[in-house]
Design a protein around this ligand. Structure first.
Ligand code: ZN
Length: 72
């Protein structure tokens, strides 16, 4: 589980491009910022889940590079 105040969620799309949403602590909530499209959203709960939803919905990026158990 992420425990740092700043973090990021990265996913790859089917073209192998990396999309990153940064998660920064902002007062009571977390501020999400997408590197790819500039999308920003505040999230009080489960910011990582919201980041994953954005990456999947907008960028079709659902491959977790840290999973790493798939052979190339
Ligand atoms: Zn985006």
């Amino acid at each position: 589980m992420p425990s740092t105040t700043t973090s990021k969620v990265s996913r790859w799309d089917q073209h192998g491009r990396e999309h990153v949403v940064h998660v920064a602590k902002s007062g009571m909530q977390r501020m999400l910022t997408c590197d790819t499209c500039g999308w920003r959203k505040g999230a009080q709960f489960l910011p990582w889940l919201k980041a994953e939803e954005h990456l999947a919905d907008v960028h079709q990026a659902t491959v977790d590079p840290s999973a790493g158990s798939r052979p190339a």
